[in-house]
Design a protein around this ligand. Structure first.
Ligand code: FES
Ligand code: FES
Length: 159
């Protein structure tokens, strides 16, 4: 076991874990942060999508030894605090459009959507097009894609 320290949702964490343990297991099994879901563990389904230093990442595909002490992971649990509210605007849009079916993929979908909007804003873009949304590869086995699409556009308008 090796000592690792980094930040999760605004708080410093200290964990003992093997260097090669994937961050998804550190979050879920050692820290009890269950928003990032386990679907494939090979960076395909995107159910685990979270943010690392504000950018999209998939914790199933990064070993804990790759994290530095100042690195900050944000999961769906910490998303509202990034805007100082009870819910992030993207989450409000998700509720308004009643997006979720089984719900399993939805934390990752929301985190991917927020990252996509921020990426576009950094390029000076205010609107989100269908082509932009096509770049999000998160899989929804329930097929909620039409509602996801509508919610992303609505949420982006409020961000
Ligand atoms: S569980 Fe991480 S991409 Fe599938
Ligand atoms: S809502 Fe069921 S997998 Fe997306």
């Amino acid at each position: 076991m090796v000592h690792h320290t980094f930040k999760v949702n605004g708080a410093r964490v200290d964990v003992e874990a093997p260097d090669d343990l994937q961050v998804l297991w550190v979050l879920r099994d050692l820290l009890g942060v269950h928003g990032p879901k386990y679907g494939c563990a090979v960076n395909v389904c995107k159910a685990c999508t979270s943010h690392l230093n504000g950018e999209v990442f998939n914790p199933c595909f990064k070993a804990v030894k790759e994290l530095k002490p100042d690195d900050e992971i944000t999961t769906i649990e910490g998303l509202p605090a990034t805007v100082g509210k009870d819910l992030h605007p993207m989450q409000e849009a998700w509720l308004e459009y009643d997006v979720a079916q089984c719900g399993y993929c939805q934390p990752g979908q929301i985190m991917a959507a927020v990252a996509k909007v921020k990426e576009l804003r950094a390029k000076g873009r205010r609107t989100v097009t269908d082509a932009d949304i096509d770049e999000i590869r998160n899989i929804c086995r329930c097929g909620t894609y039409p509602r996801i699409r509508a919610a992303i556009k609505a949420g982006a308008a409020r961000m």
